[in-house]
Design a protein around this ligand. Sequence first.
Ligand SMILES: [Mg+2]
Length: 195
Amino acid sequence: MPLKLVIFDLDGTLLVTPLDFDRIRTEIGLPEGVPILEAIDGLTDAERARANRVIDRHEAEAADESQLMPGAEDLLAWLRSRGIKVAVLTRNSRASVERAVLRHNLVFDAAVAREDNKPKPSPAGVHCLMEACDAGPAETIIVGDFRFDVEAGRSAGVRTIALVAEPTDWSDAATWQAATLQDVHAILERIAAKA
Ligand SMILES: [Mg+2]
């Protein structure tokens, strides 16, 4: 099967962002460690609106200060040169994706943000991106630095690359583990050469 589509997470994968989830939780008044989007679902409308404003502000600041992850530029250019489509699946807002795209001159064939579909770990966004890019599960790989990236990919039946400095309690569920985007690049080159 040819490799047709690579789906990337944004924060911590393509971008180094100073997004401080602990500070966001504290400002909203959420307990330590809970997944933010799921936790605010349980709030009243007024509380949720306030919480969304806190998240939007943090995401906007983080996107404005973000840096490209080392190796991202080369990897994206290589995928483009091979005609492999590149998509983004993030739990952030569409506005923060657009800020990052402008700041770093990124080109994506498709992007799904939190307004667009049920957030990861739901596989809904993966399905949506495969349809938009005309790729099947066997032709698609998802790359991300958090357990939700791997869970979303596995639920959609696509191969997964966990981008982790060292193996963690969730990363061995991924098809491959990579410490850097250069390692991701090497894995994808091997796959593309075999196809
Ligand atoms: Mg991430």
